[in-house]
Design a protein around this ligand. Structure first.
Ligand code: SF4
Length: 355
């Protein structure tokens, strides 16, 4: 099947799995060109948003997500930690801000937050917000009441991933259903918070499952504001510890398809970056990824150290949202001035006819 492509990227909520599949199967260069074209219609291509993720309560989760070292069902040697003190969380948020993050995400390994946890969680939201940071939480399933309470406390984003396609989902999680997940997303949206939702590649899913996941995300009543695309981090002791590797080009293809299908969303290069080369990360940014997690720990799995990320950004000319990039017109003016003034610039147009 051919995929209709116009230069204006419309926001659509009626994607079919066949269309998504066709995108994923495009010749690589065609797919990346389309993704980059769409990306430039909605974002500065040299800006990447930076978030920091902190685990505020680690391990002993009753759910059975097959990829997760925090599930109490798997022996992964992970040390359990109870809910952090509010003050300690605020200190971590201050450090994240100083390191250049503009969003602070707090994750707790719960099926859903308990009533008795809520006052602490709400205090964390308020405290982090007062630092001038955007706030995000991932605490498991939310009912209407808890979603409203978090929104009233000032929570900007709530993360709840769909993980994979509805068809493959049962192979990965049995303790909560796909519709439970969709209900939480609906409660988050109705409470007025921004939705962060994406999935994981490398769990044994087919290409069609990846297409199915993207269709579920793109056909939500509103596209998620953030779409994390994770590469499975295989942790010893979890049922997925021996899964095969994702083909890096297939991973980049999925980022590109996400960019095309959800043109105005931030597509986040999330877990698994530690295993990616600089070249692969650069290709992901070219394919439309424009958000990363900063810092050395992504909940409980390693993440490239912040200074490595800064070095990569410098090499690629990427600035986080804190920095101002030169507008193309300003750059043209500088180049024109230098061309006129400097002998270092070689005027190819003047000699082209002689070649
Ligand atoms: S992914 Fe979340 S819900 Fe699933 S086991 Fe891990 S902490 Fe629990």
């Amino acid at each position: 099947m051919t995929v209709a492509f116009t230069t204006a990227s419309a926001i659509r909520n009626d994607w079919t799995v066949e269309e998504a599949n066709a995108l994923l199967n495009l010749p690589f260069n065609d797919l990346l060109f389309r993704a980059q074209t769409v990306h430039r219609q909605h974002f500065d291509p040299n800006q990447v948003q930076v978030s920091t993720l902190l685990s505020i309560k680690t391990g002993a989760c009753p759910e059975d997500c097959a990829y997760c070292p925090q599930s109490a069902r798997y022996d992964t040697g992970l040390e359990r930690e109870k809910l952090m003190e509010v003050e300690a969380v605020i200190e971590k948020a201050k450090a994240a801000k100083a390191a250049g993050s503009d969003r602070f995400c707090m994750g707790a390994a719960w099926r859903s937050p308990r009533e008795k946890d809520m006052p602490y969680v709400l205090a964390m939201v308020k405290g982090v917000k007062e630092l001038g940071l955007e706030t995000c939480m991932t605490l498991g399933m939310l009912d209407e009441g808890k979603a409203n309470a978090l929104a009233e406390a000032g929570l900007d984003y709530y993360n709840h991933n769909l993980d994979t396609s509805p068809e493959f989902y049962g192979e990965i999680i049995t303790t909560r259903t796909y519709s439970d997940r969709l209900n939480t997303l609906s409660n988050v949206r109705n409470a007025g918070m921004k939705v962060c939702s994406g999935g994981i590649l490398g769990m044994g899913e087919t290409l069609k499952d990846r297409a199915g996941l993207l269709v579920q995300l793109a056909n939500l009543p509103q596209h998620p504001d953030s779409v994390p695309i994770n590469q499975l981090v295989k942790v010893a002791g979890t049922p997925l510890e021996s899964e095969g590797d994702v083909d890096p080009l297939d991973f980049i293809r999925t980022i590109a398809a996400a960019r095309i299908m959800m043109p105005a969303s931030h597509v986040r290069l999330s877990a698994g970056r530690e295993q990616m080369s600089e070249e692969m990360q650069a290709m992901c940014f070219f394919a439309g990824a424009n958000s990363i997690f900063y810092g050395e720990c992504l909940l409980t799995t390693p993440n490239p150290a912040a200074n490595k990320d800064q070095a990569l950004f410098r090499k690629l000319g990427i600035n986080s949202d804190h920095h101002v990039t030169k507008a193309p017109q300003e750059l043209d003016e500088i180049l024109a001035q230098n061309t006129a003034e400097s002998e270092l610039f070689y005027d190819a147009s003047a000699t082209a006819a002689q070649v």
